[in-house]
Design a binder for this molecule. Structure first.
Ligand code: 13P
Length: 251
């Protein structure tokens, strides 16, 4: 996959004024950069950011969605609402949702199904904790999270997915996985998808997330099974984010 996909996860950051400034600078910086880019922003700002992106090539995404369609679920946001606001993507099963909102693999699967029904591309997050890695359980944990979702999808749905490998210990710590460490897990994910989808496993983009920055992006993108990045902290800095998107041009 030559052209990389870089998704920004702003997490719970932003303001009307700050978003306006950040998106303006990102769009200006991206002109001429051959990279697929999606901005996953907080729900209250989807309309604003969608307006700023309108007519351009940069996509819009949510950071979560409800497992329900509509009704008495105070505070929840449905896949249909995200689609209505011009989202193309949605992050599902981020480790922060799994940790702070006790999201189980079963709930993550329900959300993925709702996203697909709404015509959204799910960015499914998987990743091990530091303790799990130290115990040698990385592949078991990551492939378990992957299988829990893919087992509930038919082959057509499976081909529409994006998977983001985000080792929990690398998120927001400044301690990214080395390209070799990330590649090893990405290869395991690709292998697992291959037993299910055969050669079509190559059509499922595999993103790496966890302390991606302007300095390490190119070496991560050089790895065979790293198709792009899911970027948290560095996506809030226009210059750093654009540099990450431009890092793919070298490959
Ligand atoms: P950081 O890039 O801040 O480590 O966050 C990664 C992440 O969680 C993206 O979803």
């Amino acid at each position: 996959m030559a052209r990389k996909l870089v998704a920004a996860n702003w997490k719970m950051n932003g303001s009307l004024a700050r978003n306006h400034d950040l998106v303006g600078k990102v769009l200006a910086g991206l002109s001429g950069v051959a990279c697929e880019v999606v901005l996953c922003v907080p729900h209250p700002y989807l309309a604003q950011v969608g307006g700023l992106l309108e007519g351009g090539a940069v996509g819009l995404g949510g950071q979560d969605l409800s497992a329900h369609d509509a009704g008495a679920y105070t505070g929840e946001v449905s896949g249909a609402m995200l689609s209505d606001l011009a989202c193309s993507h949605v992050v599902v099963g981020h480790s922060e949702r799994r940790k702070y909102h006790a999201e189980s693999d079963a709930l993550v699967l329900e959300k993925v199904q709702k996203a697909l029904q709404a015509g959204l591309v799910p960015i499914l997050c998987v990743g091990e904790s530091r303790e799990e890695r130290e115990a040698g359980e990385t592949d078991r944990v990551v492939l378990g999270q992957l299988e829990a979702v893919f087992a509930g999808l038919d082959d057509v749905a499976a081909r529409k997915m994006i998977v983001a490998y985000e080792p929990v210990w690398a998120i927001g710590t400044g301690l990214a996985a080395t390209p070799e460490m990330a590649q090893a897990v990405h290869a395991a994910i690709r292998g697992a998808l291959g037993t299910r989808l055969g050669a079509d496993a190559a059509v499922v983009p595999l993103l790496y997330g966890g302390s991606v920055n302007a300095e390490n992006a190119a070496s991560l993108f050089a790895m065979e099974d790293i198709d792009g990045a899911l970027v948290g902290g560095a996506s809030l800095d226009a210059e750093a984010f654009v540099a990450i998107c431009a890092a793919n041009a070298a490959h």
